[in-house]
Design a protein around this ligand. Structure first.
Ligand code: NAD
Length: 247
């Protein structure tokens, strides 16, 4: 199937590894021109054949705006934005102090808001704009011991749903893709760097395995495609069937 992504101009943030990198690679494979950002994006940018890259901290006040400006300059506009950032640190409500909440707010919610603010004028000029937020399956089923993520992802999901209605007249679709246990460094880190814990985590899933970054990216790439033009305001879980709710 031709996904209509050839020469589409895409920005993928936090893409030096993990899910962001897989999404960037997936878009490059479909012929899109992809700009990536991360704190250290150069090596990945060269490896995957990105059209350009920028080192920037998305949780900083000017990081998202600088990233959007440079992506638009290099690509000559923007059609697709995949909004991603690193995950906040784990912790229960009782072990999480206020500075950690503030940092998580900046990293997960404000980075998304700033990036959309900065890219929206460009996406409005596109024939088919696409915004995809990488969130977490915690929006359906909060995950124990990761309270900042549970709270902030819910806020991003509310933002996405609101945007989907507001931007529909501009032909911009807005969706979320929610991963559960896709094997990346983030999961290895949450497993304490212990391969045995990763193996146990995999055994607890319905499919008895973790997802791959490529499987996750396939969902994001589809939502960026021409065929997905009438899908907006949705959260697509990529969880191997792990969530128990019916929605
Ligand atoms: P990862 O740790 O493998 O990669 C994170 C990427 O974000 C890296 O490229 C890193 O350089 C970049 N990054 C981190 N902080 C940044 C910042 N301040 N500014 C710019 N770039 C920054 O993580 P991942 O597994 O690819 O996860 C991506 C997102 O999805 C995270 O927010 C994570 O919490 C979320 N998530 C992942 C899973 C999963 O199964 N892997 C599950 C739920 C949620």
């Amino acid at each position: 199937m031709d996904l209509g992504l050839k020469d589409r101009r895409a920005l993928v943030t936090a893409a030096s590894k993990g899910l962001g990198r897989a999404c960037a690679e997936g878009l490059v494979a479909e012929g899109a021109r992809v700009f990536i950002s991360s704190r250290d994006p150069e090596r990945t940018g060269r490896e995957i054949g990105a059209a350009g890259w920028l080192a920037s901290d998305l949780s900083s006040e000017d990081g998202p705006e600088r990233t959007a400006g440079e992506a638009a300059r290099v690509l000559g506009g923007l059609d697709i934005v995949i909004v991603n950032a690193g995950g906040p640190p784990p912790g229960t409500f009782q072990s999480t102090d206020l500075p950690a909440w503030e940092a998580g707010f900046q990293l997960t919610l404000m980075s998304a808001i700033r990036l959309v603010k900065a890219t929206l004028p460009l996406l409005r000029q596109s024939e088919q704009g696409r915004i995809v937020f990488i969130t977490s399956i915690s929006v359906r089923q909060p995950i124990p011991n990761i309270v900042i993520s549970n709270a902030m992802r819910a806020a991003v999901t509310g933002l996405a749903k609101t945007l989907s209605r507001e931007l529909a007249p501009d032909r911009i679709t807005v969706n979320c893709v929610a991963p559960d246990a896709i094997l990346t460094d983030r999961i290895r880190h949450l497993a304490g760097g212990d391969e045995e814990n990763v193996r146990r985590m995999a055994e607890r899933t319905p499919m008895r395995r973790l997802g791959t970054p490529e499987e996750f990216a396939a969902a994001c790439v589809f939502l960026c495609s021409r065929q997905a033009a009438y899908i907006s305001g949705q959260t697509l879980g990529v969880d191997g069937g792990s969530t128990l709710g019916v929605h």
